[in-house]
Design a protein around this ligand. Structure first.
Ligand SMILES: [Zn+2]
Length: 102
């Protein structure tokens, strides 16, 4: 999982935020954040590849369980040079929210 994602803030540029803290209570103690499940799926879309990584995280401080979903689009091959964009989403109870890009 990447450390950070970025929120676009219009003209003020981008603000980084930490993916390795609880999205609910802001707990930054990684030992209390438990990775319950990880999925990594790649789908072919015409000439592009869409890679979806899903991290299911449980915070042992506030008890929240949520998922961080990272969707990356690649041209032809799944390499860093061919990565066009990655978007980061957050879901809790099935509701997906867009968090940012990296
Ligand atoms: Zn928490």
């Amino acid at each position: 999982m990447p450390d950070k994602a970025y929120f676009p803030l219009g003209r003020r540029g981008m603000e980084a935020f930490n993916l390795r803290e609880c999205m609910k209570c802001g707990n930054e103690n990684e030992e209390e954040l438990e990775l319950l499940d990880k999925q990594d799926v790649t789908e072919k879309e015409e000439n592009n590849l869409l890679n979806i990584k899903t991290y299911k995280v449980k915070c042992n401080k506030c008890g929240a369980t949520y998922k961080i979903i990272i969707k990356s689009l690649y041209t032809n091959e799944q390499t860093e040079e061919n990565r066009m964009v990655s978007t980061v989403h957050y879901t809790e109870n099935g509701e997906e929210q867009w968090l940012g890009v990296f």
